[in-house]
Design a protein around this ligand. Structure first.
Ligand SMILES: Nc1ncnc2c1ncn2[C@@H]1O[C@H](COP(=O)(O)OP(=O)(O)OP(=O)(O)O)[C@@H](O)[C@H]1O
Ligand SMILES: [Mg+2]
Length: 635
């Protein structure tokens, strides 16, 4: 979904859905899923989707180049040999005859040049259009795929690196797919040119081409040497970018530890290593380029030698030497590019493999065939001897985080989940929303195993506030309306009020229209939590999960939120992960978990009396927060 902030309605206007307008056009094609095919065959559907522009571009490019190949012939064997040399040789016809002939050829050359120019422009324009269309499709294919992946995938891969790598990989695959055929077309033109030359004089044609294989070999060699250096440059550029990025994002830590010098030294070192790689790159190019260029001079010299000899002995007309010279210069480029094509191919193949690695992974959490929608949810939640482990490698081999976890939340009940840090509280919340699937046992809502329900209907019934509240770089209003983009402003306000967020939002410079998040106004941790709570409340879900949702909110504000929540929680099944006594006081029942299972449950007072661990956990939490909480009010 595109986050469109430009067409945000103003407050007075009737609520226009702020986030529902989607400008997203799905990619025209997909990568062939058959992993046995070569990378090129798998990518073919993406190219074929743009065949119209691509083929037109290649055809025009071919025609334009054929016209250009015609020009040396007109200059040498036609104009020079037919209009100039005979006059110099006093053939007897008046000068005006030759002048007319000359003009005739000049006009043809100019017309051809203009036509070739137009063809070249259109061809190039269409080629780039195709290139970026292919790039656009590849990017969409990858990001669409990424957005479908389940949480375990993101636990395993480093998403930042994934995305930056995907960008350069997409570019190198795109380059090969579009420029590859275009280079092949240019080489085809070389064949045409050779045909022209051979039709004039086969021996001379062969001599003219003598240097070409060497040009090809040299340019392959150059790319071969350049290849590792260009990778080095890429990775060192990334190093520099990482350091700069960390310096900016971590500037507060950096300054508070007075570590500026240390960071500058690290940056200077990385920059020096990058400079070395760039100089190495320049050095290699400087060695090879003159060599390649001089090779075609050798070709020219050979043509002059043999051609001159043939002219002197009357086997050839002088204009041929001129034509051949132009052709040699013209042919040098395709042979050089042919060398480049091979390297492009190697790079693209490596890139494609990395892209396919992502695309060949499939989301693990999907609707099973025949999954039903959860409708008219009563809010009966049951964890049935659930065992679960996070599996770093996709297998189920990790340590058990939940081990025979049993819990029943009756419709409308509010349960506080208490436990040491790392005991698995957040994991319980994640399993309820089916971020992961259980290894054994089942999570049931209204008696349905969550794996038998459609994901969209399941998640629509559960409002969840995660322990790490995340806000998007859009307005506060859009952040709250994230799950219900068509919500009325009055509803948004009401949700914000219930979450204790309304007051501070109104004090922001642009109120509800203030852009927050990574690229906007920075909210405090507690303010972020309140916006997240409002976001969950706006959904008006029958089941509410608050994972440490008020940990950063001060006690007074928290109490106000609680008063509102108490009203809102009525008729709603609520699971609160809590450390604070004040939060626990909202619950009908307290459940203490340890090492992945429920060890005790009851009211706060009962647990205080009978379970020493409960007191310890609360005391620990209290110590952590250094908060004075009056336990009396609960007992
Ligand atoms: N995405 C993950 N991948 C692998 N292991 C994880 C992941 N998330 C949590 N764990 C591990 O699972 C265990 C339980 O984590 P969980 O987040 O459920 O604890 P918690 O009770 O919510 O702790 P806290 O009170 O600190 O929030 C921990 O040992 C943690 O290291
Ligand atoms: Mg947690």
């Amino acid at each position: 979904m595109s986050l469109d902030t430009s067409s945000r309605p103003n407050e007075a206007a009737p609520a226009v859905p702020a986030l529902t307008t989607s400008y997203y056009a799905p990619p025209k094609a997909a990568i062939d899923p058959d992993q046995d095919k070569s990378w090129l065959r798998r990518a073919l559907p993406v190219v074929v989707a743009h065949r119209a522009t691509f083929i037109t571009s290649l055809t025009l490019s071919f025609l334009g180049l054929v016209l250009q190949v015609e020009i040396p012939q007109l200059l040498g064997t036609d104009a020079l040999d037919k209009a100039i040399v005979p006059f110099v040789g006093h053939s007897g016809l008046p000068a005006s005859h030759y002048e007319r002939l000359l003009l005739h050829y000049v006009v043809i050359v100019m017309v051809l040049a203009v036509l070739a120019g137009i063809f070249g422009y259109v061809a190039r324009r269409l080629l780039m259009t195709t290139a970026y269309a292919i790039e656009f499709d590849l990017r969409n294919i990858i990001y669409t795929h990424l957005s479908r992946m389940s949480f375990d995938f993101y636990d395993r891969v480093q998403s930042g690196q994934l995305i930056s790598r995907a960008n350069s990989d997409i570019r190198s695959v795109q380059m090969y797919l579009t420029f590859g055929p275009s280079i092949v077309v240019q080489c085809l033109v070389a064949v045409v040119a050779f045909g022209y030359m051979a039709s004039i004089n086969v021996l001379l044609a062969v001599v003219a081409m003598a240097a070409m294989p060497f040009i090809y070999v040299l340019s392959v060699r150059m790319r071969h040497v350049l290849f590792p250096v260009s990778w080095l440059i890429q990775s060192r550029l990334a190093d520099v970018a990482t350091i700069v990025d960390e310096n900016i994002n971590g500037v507060r830590i950096l300054k508070s530890f007075a570590a500026e010098d240390q960071q500058l030294t690290a940056l200077a070192r990385a920059a020096e290593r990058l400079r070395w790689a760039y100089v190495k790159d320049a050095d290699i190019r400087a060695r090879f380029t003159p060599l390649v260029q001089n090779l075609s001079q050798v070709g020219l010299a050979l043509v002059l030698l043999l051609g001159g000899y043939l002219v002197i002995h009357d086997h050839l007309q002088v204009g041929t030497i001129l034509s051949f010279s132009f052709w040699i210069v013209m042919l040098q480029a395709p042979f050089q590019m042919l060398g480049m094509l091979i390297m492009l191919g190697q790079r693209a193949s490596a890139s494609a493999k990395r892209i396919y690695e992502i695309l060949d992974e499939h989301p693990t959490i999907v609707d099973r065939p025949g999954a039903v929608d959860l409708i008219d949810c009563r809010g009966d939640v049951r964890f049935d001897s659930v065992s679960f482990s996070y599996s770093p490698d996709g297998s189920a081999a990790g340590p058990l985080v939940l081990d025979g976890f049993d819990l029943h939340l009756r419709p409308g009940e509010t349960v506080a989940l208490v436990g040491r840090t790392g005991s698995g509280k957040s994991t319980v919340a994640r399993l309820l929303d089916r971020f992961y699937d259980v290894n054994r046992g089942a999570v049931r809502i209204d008696g349905h195993d969550v794996r038998d329900l459609t994901l969209s209907s399941l998640r629509a019934q559960i409002g969840i506030v995660l322990d790490e509240p995340f806000l998007f770089s859009v307005s506060v209003r859009d952040n709250i309306a994230y799950g219900r983009p068509d919500a009325d402003f009055a509803d948004i306000e009401a949700a914000a009020e219930a979450a204790g967020a309304d007051e501070f939002i109104r004090e922001l410079s642009e109120g509800y229209d203030t852009v927050v998040g990574e690229r906007g106004y920075t909210l405090s941790g507690g303010q972020r939590q309140r916006v997240s709570i409002a976001r969950a409340l706006l959904l008006n879900p029958p089941i509410l999960v608050l994972d440490d949702a008020t940990s950063a909110i001060d006690v007074q504000v928290e109490q106000a939120i609680h008063r509102n929540l108490q009203g809102l929680m009525e008729g709603r099944t609520t699971l609160i992960v809590a450390h604070r006594l004040s939060t626990i006081s909202l619950a009908d029942r307290v459940v203490l978990m340890d090492a992945g299972r429920v060890v005790a449950e009851g009211t706060h007072a009962e647990l205080m009396r009978t379970v020493p661990l409960y007191g310890e956990v609360l005391a620990q939490a209290e110590e952590l927060e250094r908060l004075q909480v009056d336990g009396e009010e609960l007992s």
